[in-house]
Write a protein that binds this ligand. Structure first.
Ligand code: IMP
Length: 179
């Protein structure tokens, strides 16, 4: 399935699953090496990062914990710039090593909001792991240590990412072709 249609748009495979998994494996290796002995708490940002989180966590071999948060700032194909509340943090983050697990950092506003919110809970340190980064769109200064792949400024779906709620289920990443 090299071309898929979602609503008014066509998408073509741009990053096949094997390439994604190779980079996820590399990031997992870096985290295993850097955070050994710190019992990190991975905070996976739903919905988009569910597939990345599953594949990443299968490759994390150090003692760790995982939890899930939700925070939506995106509607349709363009970022609204509006940020919503972070929900679902029930853990005590005091003095913990946190790893935020995100699907994609686009403008970075979502990540900035998340960092602000988590920062008030007095963690020891916060690291960021993202599957994808669109460097051309980044508006804020973020220290993103773990990036699986950098991509151009095109809209993508698949491997957890959606277009109007659709397309999250595909195992490969697709880029819009008729934008
Ligand atoms: P930011 O706040 O602009 O960095 O946007 C981050 C959020 O926008 C991500 O968590 C995604 O949900 C969504 N997003 C950004 N780019 C894309 C894309 O190309 N496809 C699907 N969702 C995207």
């Amino acid at each position: 399935m090299n071309i898929i249609q979602i609503k008014d748009k066509q998408f073509a495979v741009s990053i096949p699953e094997a390439d994604i998994l190779r980079e996820v494996e590399r990031v997992a290796g870096e985290i295993n090496r850097d955070l050994v002995g710190k019992n990190p708490l991975f905070l996976s940002v739903l919905n988009g990062s569910f597939m990345f989180t599953a594949d990443l966590m299968k490759r994390i071999t150090i003692p760790c914990e995982i939890s899930f948060v939700k925070l939506a700032s995106y509607q349709g194909i363009a970022s609204t710039g509006k940020v919503k509340e972070v929900i679902g943090i029930s853990e005590d983050l005091t003095d913990r090593t946190i790893v935020i697990v995100e699907d994609i950092v686009d403008t970075g506003l979502t990540m900035q909001r998340l960092l602000e919110t988590l920062g008030t809970r007095r963690p020891k340190e916060i690291h960021i792991a993202t599957l994808l980064l669109k460097p051309e769109k980044l508006k804020v200064d973020l220290d993103i240590e773990y990036v699986a792949m950098q991509i151009p400024n095109d809209f993508i779906v698949g491997y957890g990412l959606d277009y109007d709620g659709l397309g999250r289920n595909y195992k490969d990443i697709y880029t819009v072709v008729n934008d």
